[in-house]
Design a protein around this ligand. Structure first.
Ligand code: SF4
Length: 418
């Protein structure tokens, strides 16, 4: 029987620190304490922007998403976003931004004018790479061809579509606002607007059969997409599904679904490069790769998390989750929109690094640990030895890479580095 790693949506992975479930509240106890680390160079820098509204809340969703108010406060949100960014600028001064991810929530609820204003603001404030990957998350229920083209004209060069399924019954059970036809139409619109389109799909859905999961995968692959994200539906605490659990496939059936998805994607030329991500060569998500390779990211918007490195320390921070409270505090420009700021200690770093790096099928070069954490590999040599002895980590000293067994039991492997 397989042990499953919770697999969640691409947008959520872009919020991996949110997945770490750090408690809210400023953890100032460590402020000013240095962790004894020394970075000789700073990692690549990404920017994550959180748009917190959705047409309605899906029953399985534990993201920081809120039902849209009667009137979307787009202008005020964008003003607050600018205030948030401007207050963060001294922390990233002079650094080049290689990728931007506009996630949510449902960013495609914003008007084309709003996205244009957002990207113009980023360009005028940041040292944005000319070739930066700029991804926008969109939901088929809010897709409009003209909007997608306008987003692309403003600089969006990758669209991540929350398709989840093509099966109307499954979509209904998930509480999604779109149906299978709208999903198909949205994919075509996105593919006409930008060259790079990711499709988010889920499996192990309520009452889903193996045949239905295979049919979803087949339809998605038939669009010739270069990138596919497949998520195992999990019942997260504090969701409607946690309170009223639907009948979902057992672990063995879910494992069979996962295997069939992997072999179908492989046959279509998309290799599984990360726990839930499949891509054609050269089409991997650069933004998500930066998370998994323990790069830096500035997170702005309600509930956004960030990780920033300095030559003598690495910090994580988080914004106030409630959209209205975040807007008010960001616009006050007194720093109160930052609800948490935490210094990572030398004890935190092995687990934090491996939690991300081991998600990659090929792992990472061993030297990346020192580069990103400013610590010698010796600091986790006993955990590495244990993991290797248990057959979970490859014995190759030049790479930090899970074995096939380690990938299958990833939670256990990652926990060894705690
Ligand atoms: S559309 Fe996505 S972010 Fe919004 S409620 Fe549903 S799952 Fe959550």
């Amino acid at each position: 029987m397989k042990k499953f790693i919770p697999i969640v949506s691409e947008g959520y992975q872009t919020r991996v620190p949110e997945g770490l479930r750090q408690p809210d509240g400023v953890t100032g106890a460590l402020a000013g304490q240095h962790a004894g680390i020394r970075l000789t160079s700073l990692p690549p820098l990404s920017v994550y922007i959180h748009v917190p509204w959705c047409v309605r809340k899906c029953p399985y969703c534990d993201f920081n998403s809120h039902q849209i108010p009667d009137v979307l406060p787009e202008d005020r949100y964008l003003e607050a976003l600018q205030a948030d960014l401007e207050q963060a600028l001294p922390r990233i001064w002079g650094r080049q931004v290689t990728t931007v991810f506009i996630g949510g929530g449902t960013p495609s609820l914003l008007s084309d004018r709003g996205i244009d204003r957002m990207l113009a603001m980023l360009r005028s404030h940041l040292n944005l790479w000319p070739d930066a990957e700029i991804t926008l998350e969109a939901n088929p229920g809010t897709a409009e061809a003209s909007r997608f083209k306008s987003y692309a004209a403003s600089g969006v060069n990758r669209i991540s579509l929350g398709v989840q399924s093509f099966n109307d019954q499954a979509l209904h059970a998930l509480g999604r606002i779109h149906d299978g036809d709208q999903a198909r139409a949205a994919i075509e619109m996105a593919q006409h607007a930008v060259q790079r389109v990711n499709l988010d799909l889920m499996f192990a859905l309520p009452n889903q059969t193996l045949e239905e999961s295979i049919a979803d995968t087949r339809i998605a692959l038939a669009f010739g997409t270069d990138h596919l994200s497949m998520y195992h539906l999990t019942l997260e605490p504090n969701t409607v599904f946690a309170k009223y659990p639907p009948p979902i496939p057992d672990e063995d059936l879910a494992a069979t679904m996962e295997d069939s998805i992997e072999s179908m994607a492989d046959a279509a030329g998309l290799s599984r490069y990360e726990v839930s991500a499949f891509a054609r060569k050269g089409s991997q998500s650069r933004h998500n790769l930066n998370y998994w390779e323990f790069g830096d990211y500035l997170g702005i918007g309600p509930g956004a998390h960030g990780k920033l490195s300095f030559h003598d320390r690495i910090e994580r921070d988080a914004r106030t989750r409630n959209p209205e409270a975040w807007m008010q505090s960001a616009l006050r420009r007194d720093g109160s929109h930052v609800s948490e700021n935490r210094l990572l200690t030398a004890q935190d770093l092995p687990f934090e690094f491996m939690l991300n790096a081991l998600r990659l099928r090929q792992g990472v070069p061993s030297t990346l640990y020192t580069e990103r954490c400013g610590l010698s590999l010796i600091t986790m040599s006993s955990a590495m030895q244990k993991a290797t002895q248990q057959g979970l980590l490859t014995a190759d000293p030049t790479r930090l890479q899970a074995t096939a067994q380690g990938w299958r039991f990833l939670n256990e492997l990652q926990t060894l580095f705690l």
